[in-house]
Design a protein around this ligand. Structure first.
Ligand code: ARG
Ligand code: ZN
Length: 873
């Protein structure tokens, strides 16, 4: 039965303090736990502790061993009779780290001989380590003692401050850690093994000396320096932007190649998927560098938004994740180009979250129910959640938001809070009622905002009519209007901004925010001399789908003149969509020439930033375009999008493209400054366009670029062009890449990834060959995602083969993967999310594949929930 938000009850038993002793080894580890228990006097409940897959070795209450009749092991729980307020329950259990392929709880990373032990507890992994009330509203103080063989496990780490270490008999040693900040069990962590470190001394703004330590296996420790710099930048930024200081004497960060997610914010001991921690120019792309910086910041920011103030229950997950993603986005905007970051964030939202919100897995940012919480670490909870925080921060303004956040942290420090606590504190600190925004957290689906403008020359009035509608879904037959802040400006047709005169708003501003909170509203702008061009939803002021009636001419004007960097790009995207639609209908239309002409002009305009130009020259991706269709045929979408790019390439012309490419290639370095990154981004785009016009010339240039690349960004871009365009030179480059990076799993992942992007049916054949490669394994999540994830999500034509062979292959692998790692299997299964909107032939084949999975006996709860939801009408 699913767990429901409305069923929440405060815990009957709390743990005030927990003492844990670990005797660690690869195959078998023993965990002794002493829980100091407190009873809620208002509830009369038997003590019930969560525990899964544990061998119970002994149990005693207040120093007396319990007889079998005094406790019960019932479905994933331990019930104990006769416990009193203040009792101490001691259990000793055994777990099996090396056999733990789910990578949840205590597990082994790497080989038995050389690997190390670590834990992942969020959301409910702690119950795989010991018996405990494994829920985020039970906050306890932790004392953790680790014991292990000193040669095999020279490094012993747990969260909190170090509190002693020493030798034991038989070549063993111990180390103790005390965390002074009460925390929920999902923030517990330990690491043990042979690891190297880099260190840095840091002093917080409130004068606490902190030792920052990054740990990894010896062969990659040299690739941790960038992360260390990023960590220091993050810590300074949180002090300045939010007044938040770090609160322990040490901050440990550990890299592992075996991790289900990106990274984890365990108190004082963050653990990272190596993909988001290691970086060096030879094997890391520019995009990955920015991702490392962002994830390091994200996990660090959790220390306040997540750890000091945690979540009352998992329905409130976005309280920490949406907020922390928002803080991470702000940080990245400050460290890099702000408009580009906004463009990337909105692109991600459209690519990952909009389809989720429009399909069978749609759920509100605060879901009402779940059966497996790990299935709710979604783009909706994270990315849409961040957009909701952004909307509220926009409503309060920079200072008001800071005031509200100070209030939120002060009032909820050391507590397990709710979204009501969050909006309540922000609102109260500013004397505004933010409760209308709660409806955004409760309703799923992306609202559609329609805009119509009409101009009355006689009255010199421009009337903007904005209406909203959210499509009903099976779980949500009724939808309501939400408060939608629409930031807007009006342009004169000569390209300058008009001063705005709208009743109730300061006159003469050139930009203002109106809130649309009813089905339909009108806004009458006075004193408008000629019909203006509206620029709406500037900066993407709300996560909605804007349906405006802007003509190609209006959009071209905004693309040329809008000073809001985001909306300038957005006008280009809308124009590209109009052009794409025209090509889909087989007409050439005004839009195609309008888009191509506007971009050709920008291409010659040296004032445009290279990276922005690269983004402007990229039409919305195939996944985004598919969202517009009633019945999706990936082949048709691919063909029309390609035709659009072909038209752009022709309009700019071969000579101009090659001249630009040569100029950009002449300045090739591996430098990481913004201008160098921007050049590489544009160079890649130009090479792609050039290859559309003259494939063999493109192949020659790409091969040269590959051979001479000083950075992974250039090398991988060239390789990708060779593979995607079926160049005869691709095979040699792939062989070279493979050999060069044989010992670098993250680079090898790129070798798998890039080959999934072969055109058409060839990709399926290649995927099947690649899974027989000796270095492929279903046991490593990064490898699985590099092969099956990249193929199913980023190569729609390849995956959605009309005969359904792609669907069958993925379904078959998912069933096998589910036995090893249910979390990763369930996540990958969401690649079938859009099956219902496929054209009929593919739809039936996809349905068959999903049904075939559903029919498998013994599927995990994770995968069951995903496939059942996808099959529900
Ligand atoms: N809290 C982590 C983050 O920073 C994500 C961990 C999720 N893990 C999981 N197994 N669901 O976003
Ligand atoms: Zn997070």
């Amino acid at each position: 039965a699913p767990i429901r938000l409305s069923d929440y009850r405060a815990p009957a038993w709390r743990v005030e303090r927990v003492e844990l002793v670990f005797d660690l080894d690869i195959d078998s580890s023993e965990v002794t736990s002493r829980l100091h228990l407190r009873r809620d006097p208002a509830q009369d409940e038997t003590l019930r502790l969560d525990g899964e897959g544990l061998d119970l070795l002994s149990i005693s209450l207040d120093g007396v061993a319990l007889e079998p009749g005094q406790f019960r092991l019932v479905d994933s729980a331990l019930e104990v009779e006769g416990v009193k307020d203040g009792s101490v329950l001691e259990t000793r259990v055994r777990t099996h780290p090396a056999a733990n392929t789910a990578l949840e709880g205590l597990y082994l990373s790497g080989s038995r001989e050389a690997g190390f032990l670590l834990t992942q507890c969020e959301a409910e992994g702690f119950r795989h380590i010991t018996f405990f009330p494994d829920r985020p509203d039970v906050l306890a103080s932790y004392t953790v003692t680790l014991r292990a063989d000193k040669t095999r496990f020279p490094v012993l780490l747990a969260g909190g401050n170090p509190d002693g270490a020493g030798e034991l008999e038989g070549g063993r040693h111990w180390a103790r850690f005390v965390d002074p900040h009460p925390k929920p069990s999902y923030l517990f962590a330990l690491v043990a093994g042979r690891l190297e470190k880099i260190e840095r001394d840091y002093v917080t703004a409130d004068q606490r000396p902190v030792k920052l330590v990054i740990w990894s296996e010896a062969n990659v420790i040299d690739r941790c320096h960038y992360a260390m710099d990023a960590l220091e930048r993050s810590m300074r930024w949180d002090e300045e932007a939010y007044g938040r200081n770090y609160d322990l004497d040490v901050f440990h960060v550990v890299a592992t190649h075996d991790f289900n997610m990106g990274a984890m914010e365990n108190k004082g001991l963050n653990i990272f998927n190596a993909k988001y921690l290691l970086a060096d120019p030879d094997s890391t792309t520019d995009d990955e560098y920015r991702a490392v910086e962002a994830v390091v910041a994200h996990e660090y920011f959790h220390n306040w938004s997540g750890n000091r103030v945690t979540c009352r229950d998992w329905f409130q997950l976005s309280l920490k994740e949406g907020l922390t993603v928002f803080r991470e986005q702000q940080f990245s905007q400050d460290m890099n180009s702000a408009p580009l970051k906004r463009i990337e964030d909105v692109s991600l939202l459209r690519r990952a979250q909009f389809p989720e919100d429009a399909g069978p897995l749609a759920h509100p940012v605060r879901p009402a129910q779940y059966s497996e919480i790990n299935n709710f670490y979604t783009a909706t909870v994270y990315e849409k959640g961040a957009e909701l925080v952004r909307m509220v921060s926009g409503r309060l303004g920079t200072e008001g938001f800071r005031r509200g956040m100070d209030r939120y942290f002060a009032r909820n420090d050391g507590r397990a809070a709710t979204l009501e606590d969050f909006l309540g504190a922000l609102g109260e600190a500013n004397g505004v009622d933010l409760s209308p925004y709660l409806s955004w957290y409760a309703q799923s689906g992306t609202p559609r905002l329609k805009a119509r403008g009409s101009f009355d020359a006689g009255k010199r009035e421009y009337t903007l009519t904005l209406s909203q509608h959210t499509i009903a879904t099976p779980n949500q037959p009724e939808t309501q209007a939400l408060p939608i802040p629409v930031k807007l400006a009006l342009f004169h047709r000569d390209g300058h901004l008009l001063p705005l005169h709208l009743d109730g708003y300061t006159a003469g501003e050139t930009e203002l925010v109106v809130i649309v909170d009813k089905g339909e509203q009108q806004f009458v702008f006075r004193d408008v001399a000629s019909e203006p061009v509206p620029s709406l939803l500037r900066g993407f002021s709300a996560p909605v789908i804007l349906e405006s009636q802007s003509s190609p001419g209006d959009l071209a004007l905004l693309l040329r003149h809008d000073v809001d960097g985001f909306n300038r790009w957005e006008a280009g995207q809308q124009l590209a969509v109009a052009a794409y639609e025209a090509l889909r209908q087989g007409t050439s239309g005004d839009a195609v020439s309008a888009w191509c002409d506007a971009l050709a002009a920008l291409f010659d305009d040296t004032a445009v930033d290279d990276a922005l130009l690269a983004e402007l020259m990229t039409p919305p991706g195939e996944i985004e375009l598919a969202e517009r269709e009633r019945e999706v045929d990936p082949d048709l979408i691919h063909a029309a999008r390609r035709a659009l790019q072909q038209a752009l390439a022709e309009r700019i012309g071969r000579d101009a493209l090659e001249a630009r490419y040569t100029a950009l290639a002449g300045e090739t370095t591996a430098d990481l400054d913004a201008a160098s990154q921007a050049r590489r981004r544009l160079k890649r785009r130009v090479l792609e366009l050039l290859s559309l016009l003259d494939a063999s010339r493109g192949h020659v240039l790409a091969t040269l670029q590959y051979d001479n690349a000083p950075s992974m960004t250039d090398r991988l871009a060239a390789l990708s062009v060779l593979v995607r365009t079926d160049a005869p030179q691709a095979a040699a480059a792939l062989t070279h890449f493979r050999e060069r990076y044989a010992d670098n799993p993250l680079a090898l992942d790129k070798w798998f990834n890039v080959q999934t992007q072969r055109q058409g049916a060839a990709s399926l054949v290649r995927v099947q060959e690649l899974e027989r490669d000796p270095s492929f394994t279903l046991k490593n999540p990064n490898r699985v995602n590099a092969l099956f994830g990249a193929w199913a999500r980023s190569n729609p034509v390849g995956f959605h083969q009309a005969d359904g062979a792609g669907y069958r292959l993925l379904a078959e692998r998912l069933v096998q993967l589910d036995v090893l790692n249910p979390q990763v299997a369930a996540r990958l299964a969401t690649a079938f999310n859009g099956w219902r909107r496929l054209e009929p032939v593919r739809r039936e084949r996809a349905r068959a594949a999903v049904e075939q999975m559903a029919a498998q006996p013994g599927l995990s709860r994770n995968l069951t929930e995903i496939v059942q939801s996808m099959l529900r009408d």
